[in-house]
Design a protein around this ligand. Structure first.
Ligand SMILES: O=C(O)C1=C[C@@H](OP(=O)(O)O)[C@@H](O)[C@H](O)C1
Ligand SMILES: C=C(OP(=O)(O)O)C(=O)O
Length: 464
């Protein structure tokens, strides 16, 4: 069957129920990478099967990592590292990374550290998404060539590497935290052939900090030893930094201390995806319903569980269970909120803002312009179609909800899964919201619209 051209969610009353979303994309791709370079086999349970994890799995298979898939796709068994270290003249591998930021950034760092001859190629949008700061960090430490081929430092990425030779790495973190996460996970991999760097320094702003803490946590589970030190004035350990220009006055904001412990194969259970959960929590919020998400608590490894706190600030009740988080919808009011740490939930929040009293100001997410689409500019365009008055800011937006209710509209998704999933929320409360290209949820949640149908107990209108 061909992909549907559009979908309309049929509005109704309060959304009540419980759900366990599929596994976390971020945790699945981290665990896959650590397991691939571990000594001994690993088993990952509750994994996400979607485009973003599929491209990671296929790329790892292509470079010789055996991966078996069972339990309807949810359990991944990896044989661990089998091949000998490669060098820049070894067999060339062309790896397809679609539009997966985690895959391209994690693999760039890991393959540069491991050594070999690779080209990472994505879809058109991926070739417009930045990776230059990561390449700049790798050039001085990698033996061989590494380059981003598209103009202004975007993939495809060419890696011809004999591994790393460094004590210290410097990286910028204002565009994406995935560069730092990639370097962190690659550090123990470098030790397999040469030696591991002792520290990674972040110069200037670092966005999306919870993902960096998640990286450290996953690495520790696989036996890696890593410490994140956040400070205004980082003690720099006197490690020689050949890669910092002499008169560079940019402040070091974060220092990551690395020990070269090799990854060990383990059994690892992946949490449900908290960014995916945000749509269900928001559905309860805007319909005055009650939704329990199982498998997530405030102590989850994913920062996006923090979205519940944002909903609480807007008026909802939050209930914490032994292994669940419940949102109870109440009358909503707009807020002024910094979403830097939980930027994947900005589109979800925008839909909640449409149903609140008074304006909502979102701050701290300038980096949202570099994601699957420009998630500030393009989001503003679609919100206006729904009747909101939107002011765009360099770091976010102000959303004034429509005074006469959400208007019928045909909404573009820009091939961004989070646009499609968020817009379904407007469809829960207003007639005539048509979402184009809903199949783009395949990136992280192929079954999203089917799961929503089950939860609300009524079928959507699909157009092919
Ligand atoms: O490390 C990760 O798993 C992610 C980090 C975030 O990206 P940025 O660091 O680019 O904000 C987030 O948006 C992305 O979906 C997943
Ligand atoms: C930004 C996202 O993905 P990535 O950067 O991993 O492609 C996302 O899933 O919202």
């Amino acid at each position: 069957m061909s992909d549907p051209a559009s979908v309309r969610v049929i509005p109704g009353g309060p959304v009540n129920g419980e759900i366990r979303p599929p596994g976390s994309k971020s945790l699945t791709n981290r665990a896959l990478l650590c397991a691939a370079f571990a000594d001994g086999p690993s088993t990952l349970t509750g994994a996400l099967r979607s485009e973003d994890t599929e491209v990671m799995i296929e790329a790892l298979r292509q470079i010789g990592i055996p991966i078996e898939i069972s339990e309807g796709g949810l359990t991944l068994s990896l044989g661990g590292r089998v091949s000998q270290p490669q060098d820049r003249n070894s067999e060339h591998h062309e790896l397809f990374i679609a539009n997966s930021g985690t895959t391209v950034r994690f693999l760039t760092a890991a393959l540069s550290a491991a050594g070999g001859n690779y080209r990472l190629v994505g879809v058109e949008r991926m070739h417009q998404r930045p990776i230059e700061d990561l390449i700049t960090a790798l050039i001085p430490i990698q033996e061989g060539n590494i380059a981003a081929e598209s103009p202004s430092g975007c993939p495809p990425v060419l890696i011809q590497s004999d591994g790393w030779n460094c004590e210290s790495i410097c990286v910028a973190g204002s565009v994406s935290s995935q560069y730092l996460s990639g370097l962190m996970m690659a550090a123990p991999i470098a030790a397999i052939r040469t030696r591991s760097p002792r520290e990674i320094l972040v110069r200037g702003e670092l966005v999306s900090m919870p993902y960096v803490k998640m990286t450290a946590e996953v690495m520790r589970r696989f036996g890696g030893a890593i410490e994140i030190i956040e400070c205004d004035n980082v003690p720099e350990n006197n490690v020689p930094k050949s890669n910092v220009p002499e008169n560079d006055a940019t402040a070091t904001t974060v220092r990551v201390q690395v020990d070269a412990n090799e990854y060990q194969g383990i059994q690892y259970a992946i949490e449900p995806d908290a960014s995916a959960a945000s749509y269900f929590w928001a559905a309860a919020a805007i319909t005055q319903g009650r939704i329990t998400v199982n498998g997530l608590t405030p102590g989850a490894m994913q920062g996006d569980v923090g979205f519940c706190e944002v909903l609480r600030q807007m008026g909802c009740e939050v209930e914490t269970g032994h292994d669940s988080l419940t949102i109870v919808g109440r009358p909503l009011h707009g807020i002024d909120v910094d979403m830097n740490a939980i930027s994947d939930t900005v589109q979800t929040l925008a839909m909640v803002a449409l149903c609140a009293q008074g304006p909502t100001r979102v701050r701290g997410v300038a980096h949202n312009r570099f994601k699957e689409t420009d998630r500030i500019g393009d989001l503003a365009v679609e919100l206006r179609k729904l009747g909101a008055i939107v002011t765009e800011h360099s770091d976010g937006m102000t959303i004034q909800p429509p005074s006469d209710g959400i208007r019928p509209a045909v909404l573009e998704t820009y091939n961004d899964h989070r646009m499609a999933m968020s817009f379904s929320l407007a469809g829960l409360v207003a007639d005539g919201v048509e979402i184009l290209n809903p199949g783009c949820t395949v990136k992280t949640y192929p079954e999203y619209f089917a799961d929503l149908e089950k939860l609300i107990g009524r079928a959507h209108h699909w157009r092919t």
